[in-house]
Design a protein around this ligand. Structure first.
Ligand SMILES: C[S@@+](CC[C@H](N)C(=O)[O-])C[C@H]1O[C@@H](n2cnc3c(N)ncnc32)[C@H](O)[C@@H]1O
Length: 200
């Protein structure tokens, strides 16, 4: 059976309706943040973008949004939504761990939601390097981490607030860390937002 590091694992979930993460629209945590104090405009990457609702929302709000996902079903669905109702977002079928070569220092910002919890926890340091590599110096990473809880398997693989700091420092300087104004109800109390800047 395919593991979470292989697109087949996720494509199987999309195909058999196992995509219980699907919100049908942008994440409330992202919308509230952007509506109340948007990060600087520019080119923004959305890793593990799924059907692309967050990338499309960011494009509507004036960001140059690019969604990346390695599941063919996800990218096809995101492109179909974009074709029906264009926002300017674009979508690429890519493994996020391979982006550094083509997208070195290419983005002003990254929005992370439910991709970090989807990767193998043994690859978290690699994830931090991959995200740092695609950001410009001083670029921002806005992330809503989920699920904040102790123990248990995944996906979604749990994380604690102290682990978030441990993994992202020193490549990122933490500017803010707070519970989102609104969570998806079933994720309430298990989401944690951070706004960071790439240091090097
Ligand atoms: C839990 S889903 C969340 C999707 C989307 N962020 C959302 O909130 O609807 C995780 C997504 O990450 C994608 N993914 C997991 N590992 C990936 C990788 N290494 N490269 C690209 N996409 C990946 C999966 O294909 C899946 O679409």
């Amino acid at each position: 059976m395919a593991t979470v590091s292989h697109p087949a694992f996720w494509e199987d979930l999309y195909q058999r309706g196992g995509d219980g993460w699907e919100l049908g629209g942008p994440a409330p945590a992202l919308v509230d943040f952007v509506e109340t104090g948007p990060p600087p405009r520019g080119r923004v990457a959305v890793p593990g973008c799924g059907r692309g609702h967050d990338a499309r929302y960011l494009a509507r709000r004036g960001y140059g949004a690019v969604g990346f996902d390695f599941a063919d079903d996800a990218v096809r669905a995101a492109r179909a939504l974009e074709a029906q109702d264009p926002t300017g977002a674009s979508f690429e079928r890519r493994d996020i761990f391979t982006l550094g070569g083509d997208y070195a220092n290419a983005f002003d910002g990254v929005w992370e939601y439910t991709c970090f919890c989807a990767i193998d926890p043994a690859r978290r340091a690699e994830y931090v390097r991959a995200i740092a590599s695609i950001l410009k110096p001083g670029g921002w990473l806005l992330a809503c981490f989920y699920p904040i809880r102790r123990g248990g398997g995944g996906p979604p693989f749990p994380i604690s607030r102290s682990e978030i700091r441990r993994h992202f420092a020193p490549r990122f300087r933490f500017e803010r860390a707070f519970p989102p104004i609104r969570s998806v109800p079933r994720r309430s109390g298990q989401e944690w937002m951070v706004l960071t800047r790439k240091t090097y």
